[in-house]
Design a protein around this ligand. Structure first.
Ligand SMILES: Cc1cc2nc3c(=O)[nH]c(=O)nc-3n(C[C@H](O)[C@H](O)[C@H](O)COP(=O)(O)O)c2cc1C
Length: 300
């Protein structure tokens, strides 16, 4: 009942961790795979070379979510084999998330990921706090096209382009699909800041970070709705999912699978079994046989 398919990727369960939440080491992925009901694993965004990231503080908690500026710290492409092995061990597909500054860097990581057995790729074109990467690329439609094309036309696994909430989101998403993306992951964190009133300065060492969690959920619903309405693209939805209702909202707006980030930090691995059970109950209650029947129903 909970099986789904998104952009050519078959999943036994629609839920998976959002990129970055488990950090860049395989032991956290293993910890989750052992304990949670998930359909896939997703890696931290990987760059060709290892990156240290920003100095602490890199994450700050607010009443409505987290603001983080980790700075894309990651172990680099050499760690990919170890990360992908975790999926093989637990019989779970692994989506490798990739970050970089141009199409060559994206290709470099993409090809290595495919070589070591990645099931799919997610191109991070939306990190809001890494200079010359992420959102700076995602806001440039020509770059989105160039990077997507460079990867999608040279690999034989599904490629998802992860976008944040940019002004011309539908146009950007359409360009990524035209360039060969199998689907989209929507959305990333939104640029935000927290100021410490005692020291009267921004808390994060990078000053600006990305807001995730409950506050961004309705924004994710709208982003997915708008893009699905225009493109009918396969979408992995992400943003502020805490309860099964949140996941179902993303599905009704057009998502075929759902990632969970901040709620995993807050609630631990049990969030996946709670949300899974809730979705299954809702499907039965409404008389649906599977998730695919319900994707985008709210979209008019
Ligand atoms: C600490 C932290 C690290 C993150 N690292 C990444 C990353 O490496 N790549 C990426 O695409 N998104 C990254 N994200 C964004 C999440 O994958 C997700 O898009 C976002 O947090 C919204 O989902 P949520 O509200 O369920 O957390 C990170 C988020 C957090 C909180």
């Amino acid at each position: 009942m909970l099986e789904t398919e998104v952009g050519g990727l078959r999943l036994d369960n629609p839920l998976m961790p959002a990129s970055g939440i488990l950090g860049g080491k395989e032991n956290a992925m293993e910890y989750l795979a052992k304990r949670a009901k998930i359909g896939a694993l997703v890696t931290k965004s990987i760059t060709p070379e290892p990156r240290k990231g920003y100095d602490p503080p890199i994450v700050v908690s607010t009443p409505c979510g987290l603001v983080n500026a980790v700075g894309l710290s990651n172990p680099g492409k050499k760690a990919l084999r170890r990360l992908v092995e975790v999926g093989k061990k637990f019989n779970l597909p692994v989506i490798v998330s990739i970050a970089g500054k141009d199409e060559n860097e994206f290709q470099e990581v993409a090809w290595e990921a495919v070589d070591v057995g990645a099931s799919a790729l997610e191109l991070n074109l939306s990190c809001p706090h890494a200079k010359g990467m992420g959102l700076e690329i995602g806001m440039d439609i020509k770059m989105v096209k160039r990077i997507t094309e460079a990867v999608a036309t040279t690999v034989d696994v599904p490629v998802f382009v992860k976008l944040g909430y940019v002004d011309r989101l539908v146009e950007t998403a359409s360009k990524a699909l035209e360039a060969g993306a199998s689907g989209l992951t929507l959305i990333n964190t939104l640029r935000a800041m927290v100021i410490d009133v005692d020291v009267m300065k921004p808390v994060l060492s990078n000053k600006v970070g990305g807001l995730s969690g409950r506050a961004i959920h309705p924004i994710a619903v709208r982003a997915i709705y708008d893009v699905y309405k225009e493109t009918k693209a396969p979408i992995i939805g992400v943003g502020g999912v805490y309860e099964w209702r949140d996941a179902v909202e993303l599905i009704l707006a057009g998502a075929s699978a759902v990632q969970i980030g901040t709620a995993l930090v807050d609630k631990g691995p049990r969030v996946f079994s709670e949300v899974s059970a809730g979705i299954a109950w809702w499907l039965k209650e409404k008389g649906f046989k599977n998730i695919k029947e319900t994707v985008g129903i709210a979209v008019e």
